[in-house]
Design a protein around this ligand. Structure first.
Ligand code: ATP
Ligand code: MG
Length: 437
């Protein structure tokens, strides 16, 4: 993509309305535009990142044996009346009437909808477990939408649902998501720590929030420093095997958000306890028959008797992750994208547009990168070098290839790594090898 043709409305000034760094940087990098409070349009650069995050989430859900569906954003109120949540949900739910005066709503979540689908088709334990997910926009009329996409009113969520015959089955499904989440966040370059969360009236310990550590997190969190050495991507996962030892390893270490942390009872002492702030990027939750019972989702068990299925739900804040990744990965100059979610892998900077040799070398590098299927944003604008460097640092592509007249004369380019700041001059071939990965 040539930057001269790309729709990238970067801002030099810091927008006054943004309180946290990710919101400021997303606005300055031309990723999003506010439509109304907590509701955003995604501009080309932001949309590319959102899609890449979504794709990682999708791949890891698929790997865990979860199947993708797509449910609507607008749901009929009667489903929610059946579960008893229509009145309980309160002001966060956006209620709508259609032209026939029927009550509808913009879904804040999909437990009822997925249970209705399950119930319509699945009648026997032989078809269990079933794990289904979708990636769809949600609406919650949050009291205080803030921090840009981190707490929006309209936001993109991956929500998955599990259906099992009994508690033991639900536990196996829960562990699949637990492990898939560790991998999902690690692939985005994040350290996500599972923390025991409130499980409501059902009780039990099958509720975890996944928090990533960042200074601007909404909640204060405490955890064992040993977490920082865990790497969820080390080994391949057999999702049909026994995941208990792996999950136990993670849940065996202390981690708690503020509400749950009791210094008197905390088993981690002194220096080993990490005190930080966290951003909740995911939540997994077993809730038994809370929805399957009122909605009548039953199957025939092995003994021929009808039994109510056990369910869990598993959310990931896809649009929130865009901001959360920036909170965890930036410097004074701008965003530093992890390679896995970067909107482009390489930024090619032409330091002197109009200079024949420089233009030719840039064209050569650009063509070769495209041939290798390396995603590249080529700054071919007629701008000062300083402005080009600033924009490229701001948008945070992992690699920069810088071409100026002095280098062009000897067929050399400079390669800069955005994260480390390391720069080195090299031949075009060497540069291609370095940035192609
Ligand atoms: P929170 O406590 O942050 O309001 P929640 O408990 O309401 O979150 P869930 O219903 O579990 O959230 O939703 C699953 C995930 O969706 C959350 O872990 C979070 O990452 C994301 N999410 C929830 N609310 C919002 C929002 N208003 N804007 C963006 N993402 C959100
Ligand atoms: Mg909420």
């Amino acid at each position: 993509m040539r930057l001269s043709q790309y729709f990238l409305p970067t801002l030099k000034e810091t927008p006054a309305e943004a309180q946290i760094v990710s919101h400021r940087l997303m606005l300055r990098a031309g990723m999003i535009r506010q439509s109304s409070a907590g509701i955003y349009s995604w501009l080309p650069l932001g949309f590319r990142v959102l899609k890449r995050i979504e794709q990682i989430v999708r791949e890891e859900e698929d790997a865990a044996g979860c199947q993708e569906v797509l449910m609507p954003t607008i749901q009929p109120a009667e489903l929610w009346r059946a579960s008893g949540r229509y009145d309980d949900y309160g002001a966060e739910m956006l209620r709508i009437k259609d032209r026939h005066d029927r009550d509808m709503l913009y879904g804040p979540t999909n437990e009822e909808q997925i249970t209705e689908i399950f119930k319509a088709y699945i009648r026997s334990y032989k078809h269990l477990p079933k794990l289904l997910y979708h990636i769809q926009w949600k609406f919650r009329d949050e009291v205080r939408p803030r921090f840009g996409v981190m707490r929006g009113r309209e936001f993109l969520m991956k929500d998955a649902y599990s259906f099992d015959l009994d508690y033991a089955g639900a536990e196996r499904s829960y562990r699949k998501f637990f492990v898939a989440y560790l991998r999902t966040f690690a692939r985005m370059g994040l350290k996500a720590i599972p923390m025991q969360a409130d499980s409501g009236p059902i009780g039990g310990d099958m509720s975890h929030e996944f928090q990533i550590l960042a200074e601007t997190g909404e909640s204060k969190v405490f955890c064992d420093k040993a977490f920082l050495n865990f790497d969820p991507l080390q080994s391949d996962i057999d999702y049909d095997g026994n995941l208990k030892p792996l999950v136990d390893r993670w849940t065996g270490l202390y981690a708690a958000a503020d509400e749950k942390h009791d210094p008197a009872k905390c088993p981690v002492k002194g220096d080993q306890l990490l005190e930080a702030r966290g951003i909740e990027v995911g939540h997994i939750f077993y809730f038994g028959t809370k929805y399957s019972a009122p909605l009548g989702a039953n199957v025939d068990g092995p003994d021929g008797k009808s039994t109510t299925v056990h369910m869990g739900s598993y959310g990931i804040g896809v649009s929130r992750l865009t901001g959360a990744i920036i909170e965890a990965s930036h410097d004074d100059a701008g965003i530093i994208w992890p390679e896995s979610v970067a909107p482009f892998r390489v930024g090619l900077i032409n330091l002197k547009t109009g200079d024949a040799k420089t233009d030719a070398l840039c064209a050569d590098v650009y063509a070769k990168l495209r041939q290798k299927k390396v995603e590249v944003l080529y700054d071919d604008r007629d701008e000062r070098a300083g402005a080009k460097f600033a924009d490229m640092d701001l948008i945070g592509l992992p690699w920069q290839v810088i071409v100026g007249p002095r280098g062009a004369a000897v067929e050399k380019v400079e390669v800069k790594n955005r994260r480390t700041g390391e720069r080195a001059e090299m031949s075009v071939d060497q540069a291609l090898t370095k940035v192609a990965g």
